[in-house]
Design a protein around this ligand. Sequence first.
Ligand SMILES: Cc1ncc(COP(=O)(O)O)c(C=O)c1O
Length: 282
Amino acid sequence: MDITNFEFNALNLPSPMEEIFDECWNSKGIQVFVKRDDHIHPIISGNKWRKLKNYIQTFSLNEHSGILSFGGAYSNHLFALAFAGHALGIPTVGIVRGEELNVSSNPYLKQINEWGMKLHFETRTRYREKKIPLEYENYLCIPEGGYGPQAIDGMNTLVNELPSCDAIYCAMGTGATAIGIARFSNVPVTGILTLNNQAEIEDHLNDFPTNNLTLDDNYIFGKYAKSNTDLELFCKEFNEKHQIPIEPIYTGRLFYALIDHIKNGHIAPDSKLVAIHTGGIK
Ligand SMILES: Cc1ncc(COP(=O)(O)O)c(C=O)c1O
């Protein structure tokens, strides 16, 4: 399997960089750039390729029969892995949280199934155990949400594509993306938490220490993926103004936080900021 060929022919790498303008920051001499990783691919979008690439490279050593991973019913990660498996001819298995679900429960699971990923629906208890079914013992296992050392290492290429700047902003789920960026960069990184998992992220930081990552848990809006009219309106207005699609779960929270930091005087005048657009499906 030739990953370089796939990257060259199917992916838009390096992803574009775009400056966005607004009186709110331009009046302070602050520049805001968006790293458009959402343009890497319509499906393996945002941080997905960065997180998957090294695992796929490991698979290409021919020591495993396929790739297996874990996720919820709307997992962006399983969606991207299923497509990558389909595009590259890799057998994939998804262990999905919720025994009440099936391949027709939602359009994402339906699509994942059509791409050939074998789906196993587990009870919440069994899902938590993260057991690999015996028949897939030889599969390469990517931890839930694509978190793992190889995902963190995948941020090296992203950091190499960034211009020099004063601060980097990134949304956090498992933390792999923000931790990886911080480890490969000398610039201060602000990680915007999107769910109440600070303890889990602290654990990850014990395994992969950084000295330039600050966590901000002020923009969780109560609960992961919980809808919030303020946030939804913000995303809509941001999309209209900057012509950059963002969604309320990850990138909506990211840009809401970044603009709030600017308004609060948290960002020094004349700073150059880079926000990572990590993609996302709705
Ligand atoms: C669109 C989007 N942005 C950000 C994240 C958070 O990434 P990470 O889990 O690496 O912190 C995710 C989750 O993978 C995501 O789907």
